[in-house]
Design a protein around this ligand. Sequence first.
Ligand SMILES: [Cu+2]
Length: 196
Amino acid sequence: MWPADGGTSGKAALTALAAFALVACAGSTGGSDATAAPRSAAAATSASTPPSLDVSAPPLSFRADSATRSVTFHLVAAHGQANSGFNFNGYDGGRLAITVPEGWMVSVTCENRGPLNHSCAIVRRSTDSEPAILGASSPSPISGQPAGTTTTFQFTAQGRGTYRIACLVPGHEQAGMWDTFTIAGAGSRPTAMVET
Ligand SMILES: [Cu+2]
């Protein structure tokens, strides 16, 4: 089991751990498909605060595999009308927070549900116009990808610290189209959380 993360107060830990454990077991058989991840953990949180996100379910489909030291997730730009569409998976202004251990491979799917062009990129500062890590953005992130298109990219999580998942189409990140991405110590637990 992973050591407890002391920095989670004020945020709702969701089903990342459950998904992680399932994937870790599946990894021993060579498979990495966690589509059968149970959703009961997220449902259990509904008694207190509404579950903001089931990380193991679409659209985020957050999965972590300790055997291959890899994390995959699916970002949806303009998921619904939250923040007038300037959101990822319905979250803007840093509310969605993904943490991965340093050295792990990160595979991201970037889907644009439009109607504007959007992109997905890992940046260090709000003013940055190019990814902070080699390969950590969808193609041509400043012009963005057209509505209805999906791209993928992979990078290795190098450089501990706090980053942003941002849309680099001019004006979009400034409008709040960004979330939080953290590269933590190599022994940390991969998580996806939403601020309550
Ligand atoms: Cu955008």
